[in-house]
Design a protein around this ligand. Structure first.
Ligand code: FES
Length: 140
């Protein structure tokens, strides 16, 4: 685990800590707080602010769909609805088989090809309600 050297390291610290378990459980945040002498409230604040950190369990495939304005203007909500209908889950939920979880996040940095989503760190762009179903098939 990275050694804590200041506020700017907290994000990297939490990203690394999340890698293996997939999310930052309360017990893990408390352990990091003790080990690195960082107030657990600060860690929790960072963990809940950034869309790439999760404080609750996630699916084996983590879908993060953009909800920022450029994607919104390109009808990302229709894409999100197609995903929800296909998987039978809403944002913040995990499919019954644990295969997918769905999350709404802020800008993924792919606005010029909105609407966009990220699955397991891989960005998919220029989405449509039909193309997104094909993309999900790659992760089944
Ligand atoms: S606004 Fe959606 S990727 Fe930037």
């Amino acid at each position: 685990m990275a050694e804590y050297q200041g506020n700017r390291d907290v994000l990297a610290l939490l990203k690394e800590a999340q890698e293996k378990p997939g999310y930052l459980a309360a017990e893990l945040l408390q352990q990091i707080a003790r080990d690195c002498r960082i107030p657990v409230g600060h860690l929790y604040g960072v963990a809940t602010f950034y869309g790439f950190l999760d404080t609750r369990p996630v699916g084996r495939n983590v879908i993060r769909i953009c909800q920022s304005v450029p994607c919104y203007l390109k009808e990302v909500d229709a894409v999100a609805k197609a995903i929800e209908d296909e998987l039978g889950i809403k944002p913040g939920e995990i499919t019954g088989d644990g295969r997918f979880s769905l999350h709404r996040v802020n800008c993924l940095g792919a606005c010029d090809h909105a609407p966009a989503m990220m699955v397991n760190g891989r960005v998919h762009v220029d989405l449509t309600p039909s193309s997104v179903i094909d993309i999900l098939g790659e992760y089944r």
